[in-house]
Design a protein around this ligand. Structure first.
Ligand SMILES: C[S@@+](CC[C@H](N)C(=O)[O-])C[C@H]1O[C@@H](n2cnc3c(N)ncnc32)[C@H](O)[C@@H]1O
Length: 216
Protein backbone atom coordinates (compact mmCIF):
# COMPACT_ATOMS: atom_id res chain seq x y z
CA UNK A 1 0.00 0.00 0.00
CA UNK A 2 1.20 3.53 -0.75
CA UNK A 3 1.99 5.98 2.04
CA UNK A 4 -1.17 7.89 1.14
CA UNK A 5 -3.36 4.80 1.50
CA UNK A 6 -1.65 3.81 4.73
CA UNK A 7 -2.48 7.20 6.23
CA UNK A 8 -6.09 6.91 5.09
CA UNK A 9 -6.35 3.40 6.47
CA UNK A 10 -5.01 4.48 9.87
CA UNK A 11 -7.37 7.45 10.01
CA UNK A 12 -10.46 5.35 9.19
CA UNK A 13 -9.46 2.49 11.47
CA UNK A 14 -9.47 4.99 14.34
CA UNK A 15 -12.73 6.64 13.26
CA UNK A 16 -14.74 3.51 12.42
CA UNK A 17 -17.12 3.47 15.41
CA UNK A 18 -17.52 7.24 15.53
CA UNK A 19 -18.33 7.33 11.81
CA UNK A 20 -20.81 4.48 12.02
CA UNK A 21 -22.61 6.20 14.91
CA UNK A 22 -23.65 9.02 12.53
CA UNK A 23 -26.05 6.55 10.93
CA UNK A 24 -27.16 4.95 14.19
CA UNK A 25 -27.99 8.32 15.86
CA UNK A 26 -26.53 6.84 19.04
CA UNK A 27 -23.97 9.47 20.00
CA UNK A 28 -25.87 11.32 22.70
CA UNK A 29 -28.52 14.01 22.33
CA UNK A 30 -26.26 16.99 21.57
CA UNK A 31 -24.06 15.19 19.05
CA UNK A 32 -27.12 13.71 17.37
CA UNK A 33 -28.54 17.21 17.04
CA UNK A 34 -25.23 18.50 15.59
CA UNK A 35 -25.28 15.68 13.01
CA UNK A 36 -28.86 16.51 12.03
CA UNK A 37 -28.00 20.19 11.53
CA UNK A 38 -24.51 19.97 9.98
CA UNK A 39 -24.60 16.54 8.34
CA UNK A 40 -28.12 16.50 6.93
CA UNK A 41 -26.62 16.13 3.44
CA UNK A 42 -25.10 12.79 4.48
CA UNK A 43 -28.59 11.48 5.14
CA UNK A 44 -29.89 13.11 1.95
CA UNK A 45 -27.20 11.43 -0.16
CA UNK A 46 -28.29 8.08 1.24
CA UNK A 47 -31.83 8.72 -0.05
CA UNK A 48 -30.41 9.99 -3.35
CA UNK A 49 -28.35 6.82 -3.77
CA UNK A 50 -31.15 4.37 -3.02
CA UNK A 51 -33.37 6.20 -5.49
CA UNK A 52 -30.79 6.45 -8.28
CA UNK A 53 -29.43 2.89 -8.16
CA UNK A 54 -32.94 1.53 -8.77
CA UNK A 55 -33.98 -1.09 -9.68
CA UNK A 56 -32.18 -2.90 -6.85
CA UNK A 57 -33.87 -6.29 -6.88
CA UNK A 58 -31.94 -8.95 -8.78
CA UNK A 59 -29.02 -6.68 -9.69
CA UNK A 60 -25.37 -6.80 -8.63
CA UNK A 61 -23.54 -3.95 -6.87
CA UNK A 62 -19.99 -2.95 -6.09
CA UNK A 63 -19.62 -0.48 -3.20
CA UNK A 64 -16.18 1.16 -3.30
CA UNK A 65 -15.11 2.67 0.03
CA UNK A 66 -18.02 0.80 1.62
CA UNK A 67 -17.01 1.75 5.17
CA UNK A 68 -19.17 -0.03 7.74
CA UNK A 69 -21.46 -1.35 5.02
CA UNK A 70 -24.46 0.88 5.62
CA UNK A 71 -25.18 1.13 1.89
CA UNK A 72 -24.08 -2.34 0.82
CA UNK A 73 -26.16 -4.08 3.49
CA UNK A 74 -29.24 -2.02 2.68
CA UNK A 75 -28.89 -2.99 -0.99
CA UNK A 76 -28.74 -6.65 0.07
CA UNK A 77 -31.80 -6.19 2.31
CA UNK A 78 -33.67 -4.65 -0.62
CA UNK A 79 -33.10 -7.70 -2.78
CA UNK A 80 -29.82 -7.16 -4.66
CA UNK A 81 -28.60 -10.48 -6.06
CA UNK A 82 -25.02 -9.82 -5.05
CA UNK A 83 -23.16 -7.02 -3.25
CA UNK A 84 -19.40 -6.66 -2.85
CA UNK A 85 -18.05 -3.95 -0.57
CA UNK A 86 -14.39 -3.01 -0.72
CA UNK A 87 -12.52 -0.66 1.59
CA UNK A 88 -8.95 -0.08 2.74
CA UNK A 89 -9.86 0.05 6.44
CA UNK A 90 -9.94 -3.30 8.23
CA UNK A 91 -11.84 -1.84 11.22
CA UNK A 92 -14.58 -0.42 9.01
CA UNK A 93 -14.86 -3.81 7.29
CA UNK A 94 -15.03 -5.65 10.63
CA UNK A 95 -18.15 -3.69 11.58
CA UNK A 96 -19.68 -4.36 8.15
CA UNK A 97 -18.99 -8.11 8.39
CA UNK A 98 -20.34 -8.30 11.92
CA UNK A 99 -23.64 -6.72 10.88
CA UNK A 100 -23.76 -8.89 7.76
CA UNK A 101 -23.48 -12.07 9.86
CA UNK A 102 -26.00 -10.88 12.46
CA UNK A 103 -28.52 -10.24 9.71
CA UNK A 104 -27.59 -13.43 7.82
CA UNK A 105 -26.89 -11.58 4.61
CA UNK A 106 -23.70 -13.60 3.89
CA UNK A 107 -25.32 -15.43 1.00
CA UNK A 108 -25.54 -12.19 -1.01
CA UNK A 109 -22.86 -9.99 0.47
CA UNK A 110 -19.09 -9.94 0.78
CA UNK A 111 -16.65 -7.41 2.21
CA UNK A 112 -12.99 -7.31 1.20
CA UNK A 113 -9.96 -5.18 1.97
CA UNK A 114 -8.93 -3.56 -1.30
CA UNK A 115 -8.50 -0.22 -2.93
CA UNK A 116 -10.23 -0.22 -6.30
CA UNK A 117 -7.09 0.09 -8.38
CA UNK A 118 -5.85 -3.25 -7.02
CA UNK A 119 -9.17 -5.05 -7.11
CA UNK A 120 -9.65 -7.67 -9.86
CA UNK A 121 -13.30 -8.70 -9.58
CA UNK A 122 -13.37 -11.10 -12.54
CA UNK A 123 -16.97 -10.07 -13.22
CA UNK A 124 -18.97 -7.00 -14.17
CA UNK A 125 -21.44 -5.39 -11.77
CA UNK A 126 -24.69 -3.75 -12.80
CA UNK A 127 -24.02 -0.74 -10.60
CA UNK A 128 -21.01 0.66 -8.75
CA UNK A 129 -21.34 3.20 -5.94
CA UNK A 130 -18.70 5.38 -4.30
CA UNK A 131 -20.28 7.43 -1.53
CA UNK A 132 -18.09 9.69 0.60
CA UNK A 133 -15.10 8.21 -1.23
CA UNK A 134 -13.84 10.88 -3.61
CA UNK A 135 -13.22 13.26 -0.69
CA UNK A 136 -10.16 11.09 0.02
CA UNK A 137 -8.91 10.35 -3.50
CA UNK A 138 -5.89 12.34 -4.63
CA UNK A 139 -6.14 11.18 -8.26
CA UNK A 140 -9.80 10.62 -9.13
CA UNK A 141 -9.45 9.88 -12.86
CA UNK A 142 -7.92 6.37 -12.52
CA UNK A 143 -10.58 5.49 -9.93
CA UNK A 144 -13.45 6.70 -12.15
CA UNK A 145 -11.93 4.93 -15.15
CA UNK A 146 -11.74 1.70 -13.17
CA UNK A 147 -15.35 2.11 -12.03
CA UNK A 148 -16.33 2.53 -15.67
CA UNK A 149 -14.50 -0.71 -16.52
CA UNK A 150 -16.30 -2.82 -13.91
CA UNK A 151 -19.93 -1.74 -14.51
CA UNK A 152 -22.58 -2.60 -17.03
CA UNK A 153 -25.09 0.14 -16.31
CA UNK A 154 -24.15 3.11 -14.10
CA UNK A 155 -22.26 4.50 -11.17
CA UNK A 156 -23.62 6.62 -8.32
CA UNK A 157 -21.11 8.77 -6.47
CA UNK A 158 -20.95 11.75 -4.15
CA UNK A 159 -18.22 14.37 -4.20
CA UNK A 160 -17.66 17.34 -1.88
CA UNK A 161 -18.13 20.77 -3.47
CA UNK A 162 -15.18 23.12 -3.72
CA UNK A 163 -17.02 26.43 -3.23
CA UNK A 164 -18.44 26.00 0.26
CA UNK A 165 -17.53 27.58 3.61
CA UNK A 166 -16.90 24.14 5.05
CA UNK A 167 -14.30 23.05 2.48
CA UNK A 168 -11.30 25.01 3.90
CA UNK A 169 -12.34 24.25 7.48
CA UNK A 170 -12.54 20.54 6.73
CA UNK A 171 -9.30 20.56 4.77
CA UNK A 172 -7.47 22.09 7.76
CA UNK A 173 -9.21 20.01 10.46
CA UNK A 174 -8.72 16.62 8.80
CA UNK A 175 -5.30 17.58 7.43
CA UNK A 176 -4.07 18.07 11.00
CA UNK A 177 -5.21 14.51 11.74
CA UNK A 178 -3.26 13.12 8.77
CA UNK A 179 -6.24 12.75 6.45
CA UNK A 180 -6.04 14.65 3.14
CA UNK A 181 -9.36 15.84 1.70
CA UNK A 182 -10.10 16.92 -1.89
CA UNK A 183 -12.89 19.07 -3.34
CA UNK A 184 -14.46 19.40 -6.78
CA UNK A 185 -16.09 21.97 -9.03
CA UNK A 186 -18.88 21.15 -11.49
CA UNK A 187 -16.62 21.58 -14.54
CA UNK A 188 -13.96 19.51 -12.84
CA UNK A 189 -16.40 16.61 -12.46
CA UNK A 190 -17.79 16.94 -15.98
CA UNK A 191 -14.27 16.67 -17.43
CA UNK A 192 -13.38 13.70 -15.22
CA UNK A 193 -16.52 11.75 -16.16
CA UNK A 194 -15.97 12.42 -19.85
CA UNK A 195 -12.30 11.39 -19.68
CA UNK A 196 -13.26 8.24 -17.76
CA UNK A 197 -15.55 7.26 -20.65
CA UNK A 198 -19.06 7.82 -19.30
CA UNK A 199 -21.67 8.56 -21.97
CA UNK A 200 -23.88 10.88 -19.90
CA UNK A 201 -24.59 11.92 -16.34
CA UNK A 202 -26.90 13.83 -14.06
CA UNK A 203 -25.70 15.92 -11.13
CA UNK A 204 -27.63 17.21 -8.11
CA UNK A 205 -26.39 19.76 -5.59
CA UNK A 206 -27.22 18.51 -2.11
CA UNK A 207 -25.89 20.74 0.67
CA UNK A 208 -22.09 20.63 0.58
CA UNK A 209 -22.09 17.83 -1.99
CA UNK A 210 -22.72 16.94 -5.59
CA UNK A 211 -24.51 13.64 -6.03
CA UNK A 212 -23.92 12.16 -9.46
CA UNK A 213 -25.32 9.32 -11.53
CA UNK A 214 -23.18 8.52 -14.58
CA UNK A 215 -24.16 6.06 -17.28
CA UNK A 216 -21.97 3.72 -19.32
C1 LIG B 1 -16.56 8.70 4.68
S1 LIG B 1 -16.26 6.97 4.63
C2 LIG B 1 -17.67 6.49 3.66
C3 LIG B 1 -18.12 5.08 3.94
C4 LIG B 1 -19.41 4.66 3.22
N1 LIG B 1 -19.30 4.75 1.78
C5 LIG B 1 -20.57 5.50 3.70
O1 LIG B 1 -20.90 6.49 3.01
O2 LIG B 1 -21.12 5.18 4.76
C6 LIG B 1 -14.94 6.83 3.47
C7 LIG B 1 -14.41 5.42 3.32
O3 LIG B 1 -13.57 5.36 2.15
C8 LIG B 1 -12.49 4.48 2.43
N2 LIG B 1 -11.40 4.77 1.49
C9 LIG B 1 -10.62 5.87 1.41
N3 LIG B 1 -9.77 5.76 0.38
C10 LIG B 1 -10.03 4.57 -0.21
C11 LIG B 1 -9.51 3.87 -1.34
N4 LIG B 1 -8.53 4.38 -2.07
N5 LIG B 1 -10.03 2.66 -1.67
C12 LIG B 1 -11.05 2.12 -0.93
N6 LIG B 1 -11.59 2.73 0.14
C13 LIG B 1 -11.09 3.93 0.49
C14 LIG B 1 -12.17 4.77 3.88
O4 LIG B 1 -11.45 3.71 4.47
C15 LIG B 1 -13.55 4.95 4.48
O5 LIG B 1 -14.07 3.76 4.99
Amino acid sequence: MSQDLNRQEKYWDEKSRQFDAIYGHDKGAFSNWLDKVFRWDMYARYEYTMKNVAPIEGRSFLDVGCGTGRYALELARRGASRVVGIDISQKMLELARQRMSEERLDDRCRFEQFDLLHYQPGELFDVCIGIGLFDYIREPLPVLTRMRQVVKDRIVISVPRFWTWRAPVRKARLGMKGCDVFFYTKSNIRGLLKDAGFAKHTMEKIGQLYCITAYV
